[in-house]
Design a binder for this molecule. Structure first.
Ligand code: ZN
Length: 312
């Protein structure tokens, strides 16, 4: 049953815990003549969970008029095609990620395929991702930093861009509720059914840190993550600080390993992040992208240089 977390804002359960072993919440906002869904879940979410959840409020998928995607990852946009078919709602999403939002192949190549020497998707994993992603739909409203969602209610877009290149947060100004989606990751997220954690994911160190600092500078009474419980202002600020501390820890590990070994591959660093800093399962998308982000960060500062060499 949906919980009202602020006036006119309900939190909706999803099927993601059963499918991927992690919590995931969507939010529906009553904005006068419009009904807004923040994030779309994976392809199965609208029919398995969002429809039944909305029914608990006397509503249905057909009542949605605007679907907002915070960023172009499967758990935030996979439901777009089903939602569009069921409601005809407009889709609003970050302008900076329109390529990934409208092209699954581009997303798989640039995100999962960025470092083939460090990580390769098996065909089963690729198939699973495509199933969660479903067909892409055209984005109707391109969102930029400082925009307001096209509604009577004041919902401001803040580009944070760390977790993915164009990630947005959304601030409901009347209730001072800050939807941070996946941008405040702390030290990651424990899986519901195992002792392993999902590591944080960011593709650019400076943009992640910059986005977190922007969120710290906002006035909010509640911080709402996609994959966890609502936090009050103090707890939200603490979690943002923990997220910044994590980045510093990974940076220190990277520098330490470079000093000790002289050179480092993305795979070696990802393995170290995924085992030395917690039980993150070594090599995966999260650790590989963080490793690459920190090496690129040091390269931009002139402290290291990237090299290519023939394998084997
Ligand atoms: Zn997510």
């Amino acid at each position: 049953m949906p919980v009202e977390i602020a006036p006119g804002i309900h939190r909706l359960a999803t099927d993601y815990p059963h499918v991927c072993g992690l919590p995931l919440w969507l939010h529906v906002i009553n904005a006068g003549s419009e009904l807004v869904l923040l994030d779309a879940g994976i392809a199965s979410t609208p029919e398995a969970a969002t429809g039944p959840e909305l029914a608990g409020l006397g509503l249905g998928l057909a009542d949605l008029t605007l679907v907002v995607n915070s960023h172009a990852h499967p758990d935030h946009m996979g439901g777009n095609a089903v939602l569009k078919r069921a409601s005809g709602a407009r889709v609003a999403a970050p302008a900076a990620e329109v390529g990934w939002l409208e092209d699954n192949e581009l997303l798989l190549t640039e995100l999962w395929g960025s470092d083939p020497a460090a990580m390769d998707l098996s065909s089963a994993e690729r198939w699973e991702l495509l199933e969660m992603l479903d067909e892409r739909v055209r984005v109707d409203v391109l969102l930029r930093d400082g925009d307001y969602l096209p509604l009577d209610r004041s919902l401001r877009v803040i580009t944070t861009s760390g977790h993915s290149p164009g990630h947005i947060a959304v601030l409901d100004e009347s209730s001072r509720t800050l939807f941070a989606f996946d941008d405040v990751q702390g030290r990651g997220q424990p899986y519901l059914d195992s002792s392993t954690w999902l590591a944080p994911l960011y593709t650019d160190v400076e943009r992640y840190v910059g986005g977190l600092n922007r969120l710290l500078g906002l006035d909010f009474d509640a911080l709402v993550p996609s994959h966890g419980d609502v936090l009050d202002s103090d707890a939200g600020r603490k979690r943002i600080s923990e997220s910044l501390e994590w980045v510093a820890e990974v940076e220190a590990l990277t520098v330490k390993l470079l000093r000790a070994k002289g050179s480092l591959t993305v795979r070696e660093l990802a393995t170290a992040i995924g085992t030395d800093l917690g039980t993150y399962g070594g090599i995966n998308l999260q650790t590989v992208r963080m490793a690459r982000a920190h090496l690129e960060h040091l390269a931009r500062q002139g402290d290291v240089e990237p090299r290519w060499h023939r394998r084997g």
